[in-house]
Ligand binder design. Structure first.
Ligand SMILES: Cc1cc2nc3c(=O)[nH]c(=O)nc-3n(C[C@H](O)[C@H](O)[C@H](O)COP(=O)(O)OP(=O)(O)OC[C@H]3O[C@@H](n4cnc5c(N)ncnc54)[C@H](O)[C@@H]3O)c2cc1C
Length: 458
């Protein structure tokens, strides 16, 4: 499948590509001249970069391992009447966000979701009473203060969990506080950053920034954004890159069956894929780059999307929280019934539990989800009529949901990941964005940044 209107096949019948040919490649070495660029990955960062480069007159081919574009923007059409997002769902912070501009220009249907539109249930399945809800808020504020005091006073980095437990004298707290604190650590931090609280850096985890304004949920799928940006690009699907070799000022990119040659390559592979070692770089990457790849963390967030014959939950709330006895299990739910008008609940599991259940069968995951829902809403609630389940940590083209800073990592590692290797290999992707990592807008902006670097490189 191609998104090209002016597709220029760079591939010879024999499966070897030497685009127009190396004489042309050499002439493109002057700064500002037309360059042949291979972009690896048709996620939002690769698409944004390719679009920018094509607009400036460069020859660009995008190689994508999957049989679809979008990467971690992954709208499923499994339910014909209701597209659902298996990856990104929201524009986080709509004001000044470049994705808002794109989404509005294509008139993508969106709705706001409000994070404090939430009903929280205790372990016994009952809505927290006023005293417990107020205690939860007190603890939330205390945790926030504890974290900022740790960030000001710590001499060496520790895990987020250690900073909170030490600062709040965890072991001396009543069990009810401990359960509530574990819930908050999962809900406010693990779900957002994807790493386990014993892994997340207390010092640096929140060194990113946010755009102001409400979050916007795509009602008919985030893919409208990636599809619209990709129009007119030459994208080759099903091309799994295995090796990137630079020799004599030319870069050769090998997929499972073909070789592409170019002046420049832009690598937008997810951090999880870079960590896996599935792609060989020749010569090997510089130490700072290898260090960044190994020390940045790749977090996990999985969705269990359950469709029912009818709603049985409080539809006027967007978010449902549950304080489980085992922390992090089915603690976070969103109801899509208000926005999309269908009886759909999405359960989120992040970090350790999110990773653990990837080994379970779909039936085991749905049964486990239903145990929690039955505890809250009673044994009489109906079974789902359908489900869709993600396994991002096992996905060979992502190996995780998004990046985070583990203990000992600093934001500078993101700059190291972003920096080019010589004048030939360039890097983009959410993990390379220091200010807006782990988001669609951060990935998009990283693609624009990398395209600029490629254009101005000799
Ligand atoms: C469950 C989940 C929920 C999220 N929710 C939100 C949200 O609500 N809002 C938000 O802003 N962000 C969210 N994110 C994060 C957001 O989706 C990502 O930050 C962003 O989409 C990453 O874009 P990217 O271009 O950096 O990477 P990707 O989209 O992963 O693109 C990289 C591409 O490289 C391809 N690839 C991998 N290996 C190879 C190979 N060997 N050869 C060729 N191609 C390869 C991949 O298939 C992929 O298409 C979420 C992510 C997940 C997983």
């Amino acid at each position: 499948m191609s998104y090209s209107t002016n597709r220029r096949r760079l591939l010879s019948a024999a499966g070897i590509l030497l685009p127009n040919l190396l004489g042309g490649a050499q002439s493109a070495l002057a700064a500002g001249a037309k360059k042949r660029v291979v972009v690896i990955g048709a996620g939002i960062s690769g698409i944004a970069a390719a679009k920018t480069l094509v607009a400036s007159g460069h020859d660009v081919v995008v190689l994508e391992a999957r049989t679809r574009i979008g990467g971690r923007i992954a709208t499923s059409s499994f339910w014909a009447d209701t597209p659902v997002d298996l990856g990104a769902s929201w524009i986080h912070g709509q004001q000044g966000n470049p994705i808002t501009t794109i989404a509005k220009s294509i008139r993508a249907p969106m709705a706001t979701t409000v994070s404090d539109s939430q009903l929280i249930y205790g372990e016994n399945g009952k809505v927290l009473d006023a005293a417990a809800a107020s205690r939860l808020e007190t603890l939330r504020t205390a945790i926030e203060k504890t974290i900022s005091s740790a960030q000001n006073n710590l001499r060496a980095d520790v895990s987020l969990r250690a900073a909170i437990e030490t600062g709040m004298r965890w072991s001396q707290r009543p069990v009810a506080d401990q359960v509530a604190m574990r819930y908050l650590i999962n809900s406010d931090y693990e779900q957002e950053y994807g790493g386990g609280s014993t892994a997340i850096s207390a010092m640096w985890f929140d060194s990113d920034s946010e755009f102001p304004g409400d979050d916007l949920l795509f009602l008919t799928g985030y893919k409208a954004v990636s599809d619209s940006l990709a129009k007119g690009l030459t994208i080759q699907l099903g091309e799994i890159v295995r090796r990137i070799k630079v020799t004599g000022g030319v870069v050769y990119v090998n997929t499972q069956s073909k070789t592409f040659a170019a002046d420049k390559v832009l690598v937008t592979l997810p951090l999880g894929v870079l960590k896996s070692g599935a792609i060989e770089f020749l010569p090997v990457l510089p130490t700072a780059k290898i260090n960044a790849i190994s020390r940045l963390g790749m977090g996990v967030l999985n969705k269990c999307i359950l469709r029912f014959g009818r709603t049985f939950w409080a539809e006027r709330y967007d978010w449902l929280g549950y304080m489980p006895s085992i922390p992090g299990r089915w603690a976070e739910w969103i109801s899509l019934s208000r926005q999309v008008g269908k009886p759909i609940l999405v359960g989120f599991n992040a970090a350790d539990f999110g990773r653990e259940i990837e080994q379970w069968t779909d039936n085991q995951i749905v049964s486990s989800a239903m145990e929690t829902l039955r505890r809250i809403y009673g044994p009489g609630i109906p079974s789902p009529v359908g489900h869709q389940i993600t396994r991002w940590a096992s996905d060979p083209f992502a190996y995780g949901a998004y990046s985070y800073l583990p203990v000992g990592a600093t934001p500078k590692l993101r700059a190291d990941l972003a920096s080019n290797v010589g004048q030939t290999i360039f890097f983009a992707g959410e993990a390379t964005h220091r200010q807006y990592p782990a988001t669609v807008h951060g990935a998009y902006l990283s693609g624009i940044r990398a395209a600029g670097e490629i254009q101005s490189s000799p």
